[in-house]
Design a protein around this ligand. Structure first.
Ligand code: GLC
Length: 636
């Protein structure tokens, strides 16, 4: 081969030298990050697995995934490392959606990005899209292959391309990482079913019913009606396999280091497709111990902490969002400590359930107490706030407090369920029960925000007055969500007031799971009416648009603002104060059917953030189910 000479030769040399500089810099960055976490990671790994070889493999695989991470993502990692808590900015607005319902497939979502921008959304949660068997998928939460997209939705390349396009528009992408279980069709499960001991040890297999029976004594049921029990008998194999959720979702055994390592490789692989936020599905369940309830065990925290460190080493730009649908004292520990953080972000689940409790009871006391608990937590804790998501509402509220007011759990839950089904006099809500337990009488609830606020019933009755009231309530609840610190997360369809979809009942694969009532197709025809003045869609969409714009604009919404609730003489009035710098926001919400007179704390000038008007105020009339965002300058 002739030697390269002249200008071309030296250009090639420069390019070579440059790529060596980049490689050296890459090496340095990785070594530095690994060194930062090595001791703690090794300590925790050894404590759990006591296996040097598997730990060495984990470290070398982290390097492999780091090397595979593309330049753009590495640059984003560095940018985010420097800027710190990028996901805590007050301009964040999220939206969660099913790819097929929203836009058919991944390419369709890419085409719809302008609509999402119109919604001010800069964080999208794409509901489970990995390969999952039809009819046995639990809405995609039974993953058959962690490296393959459902063919009808597209390919991994489509996903990476969508993530890249989103990044160009400043939109972050979230996906689920279902780590508690795999589908029974996953390669490991198939091999385990064939009797391969290596693969059986990745799940919980028992030939004898005695251990499953022991577990059943202490482990509660997630789906008591649709999937009773925590084990499934496999008649051909003569074995029981642990299935906390549906029988086709086999629980992974994290006592086996091979399971941990391989799942971490899957996590890194997915992060490398450009995911910004990884939602760790059903995380409290990932460690099992006989004689316990198999929820929130200390080793769960060891695993999440290790996952956080692995992320910090390979892809520090990503955020871990923990799905911990538990009472507040169980949720907060998933943030870890300041020195040893676990999840970056958690769902504000009790606040969500308590908000709906307040809608039904028109009594803000419990919500105020819940807000006070959240406000007393360190400001670094970031919550994801929401009104509705793809799951049912489990009525996980503070029953001990309710008992003090002589309200008992079972009748109160019944009251809530009756109210939201529209069975109570005066209730405008519509929806269905979920997993009604015939033994305990317990039941959860499913419906969309709009249907719970009365938009469905008002539309059905063609009653304009009721419709206006329902829209006001819907907007007020969103304003309440936007008032909280953390990231507001809309559920696709809520921005246009989409109501329940009852067609799931005609689909044999969905009919038994009433959560599909709020997992309907996004109605583009209705979305087409967002510019039509006075339409339901226009009223809701433009109001949310405005709230998001104000939130983005006003420093009182900063994550670090001081937030507290104010004592007010009326039990239907929730009053939240946010203070940042010289400004103070008074956010007042009327959870009642009557118009109320609100007496301001002092007669002074307030700026109404919704109208932009500045007024001297002593008192103000607040219509039923409406709210105020009044800002006051603190004069020093
Ligand atoms: C999570 C999901 C839920 C699913 C369960 C089992 O709780 O949100 O939809 O059924 O995990 O994977």
């Amino acid at each position: 081969m002739p030697k390269k000479t002249g200008r071309n030769g030296s250009a090639a040399k420069t390019a070579l030298a440059q790529s060596k500089i980049i490689r050296d810099e890459d090496e340095r960055v990785f070594r530095e990050r690994l060194a930062r976490y090595y001791d703690e990671l090794r300590w925790l790994y050894m404590e759990l697995y006591d296996n040097n070889d598997m730990f060495a493999e984990l470290c070398s695989q982290m390097k492999v995934y780091y090397n595979q991470r593309n330049r753009k993502l590495k640059a984003l990692d560095q940018k985010r490392e420097i800027s710190g808590k990028w996901y805590r900015k007050r301009d964040m607005t999220g939206m969660m959606m099913y790819i097929d319902n929203f836009a058919g497939n991944i390419k369709g979502v890419q085409e719809k990005l302008p609509y999402l921008e119109q919604c001010h959304v800069n964080y999208i949660h794409l509901m489970p899209f990995l390969d999952s068997p039809k009819g046995r998928s639990d809405g995609g939460y039974a993953v058959a292959d962690f490296r393959k997209v459902k063919p009808e939705l597209g390919t991994m390349d489509d996903l990476a391309e969508l993530a890249e396009k989103c990044h160009e528009k400043g939109i972050s992408v979230c996906m689920d990482f279902v780590m508690n279980h795999t589908s029974e069709d996953h390669e490991w499960a198939v091999k385990a079913r064939e009797g391969d001991g290596e693969y059986m040890s990745r799940y919980f297999f028992y030939s004898d019913p005695s251990i499953p029976q022991e577990y059943e004594k202490t482990v509660p049921q997630v789906f008591p009606t649709t999937a009773p029990g925590n084990f499934t008998y496999l008649p051909k194999q003569g074995h029981y396999v642990m299935t906390t959720f549906y029988p086709y979702q086999w629980d992974l055994n994290y006592r086996n280091p091979r399971v941990f390592n391989e799942m971490m490789y899957n996590f890194l692989y997915l992060a490398n497709q450009g995911m910004d936020i990884i939602r760790i599905d059903a995380v409290p369940y990932i460690w099992k111990e006989l004689g316990t309830d198999c929820r929130n065990l200390p080793k769960v925290h060891t695993i999440v902490r290790m996952m956080r460190m692995i992320g910090e080493i390979v892809c520090p730009g990503i955020v871990l969002l923990g799905e911990v649908v538990m009472e507040p004292e169980k949720v907060a520990p998933y943030f870890g400590t300041v020195e040893k953080p676990e999840c970056h972000m958690l769902y504000n689940v009790t606040t969500m359930a308590t908000t709906w409790n307040t809608v039904a009871t028109r009594d803000i006391r419990l919500l105020r107490k819940q807000m006070d608990i959240v406000c007393s937590l360190p400001k670094e804790y970031t919550f994801l706030n929401y009104l509705r998501c793809h799951d049912d509402i489990g009525w996980g509220i503070d029953y001990a407090e309710l008992k003090r007011w002589e309200m008992e759990e079972v009748p109160h839950k019944k009251y809530l369920n009756d109210y939201f089904q529209g069975k109570t006099e005066g209730s405008v809500s519509r929806g269905e029960l979920y997993n009604e337990d015939p033994i305990t009488g317990d039941a959860r609830f499913c419906a969309t925000t709009a249907s719970m606020c009365g938009i469905e019933s008002a539309g059905f009755e063609q009653d304009d007055v009721k419709m206006s009231r329902a829209i006001t309530k819907d907007i007020m609840l969103h304003a309440y969500m936007f008032t909280q610190s953390g990231i507001p997360m809309l559920y696709s369809g809520d921005e246009i007031g989409q109501i329940n979809d009852y067609t799931y009942r005609d689909n044999s694969e969905k009919a038994l799971d009433s959560r599909y009532i709020h997992r309907g197709k996004f109605c583009w025809e209705l979305a087409g009416r967002i510019r039509e003045k006075g339409s339901v869609q226009n009223r809701i969409f433009s109001a949310l648009f405005k709230l998001e714009a104000i939130r983005k604009e006003e420093p009182v919404f900063d994550a670090d603002a001081e937030v507290y609730t104010k004592d007010y003489s009326d039990l239907s009035i929730l009053w939240i104060v946010r203070k940042a710098g010289p400004e103070e926001l008074h956010a007042v919400f009327n959870f009642s059917d009557e118009c109320k007179t609100i007496w301001m704390p002092e007669t002074t000038e307030y700026a109404d953030l919704l109208t932009g008007e500045k007024r001297m105020l002593e008192k103000v009339n607040l219509p039923s189910w409406d709210f105020l965002w009044m800002k006051k300058e603190i004069r020093i």
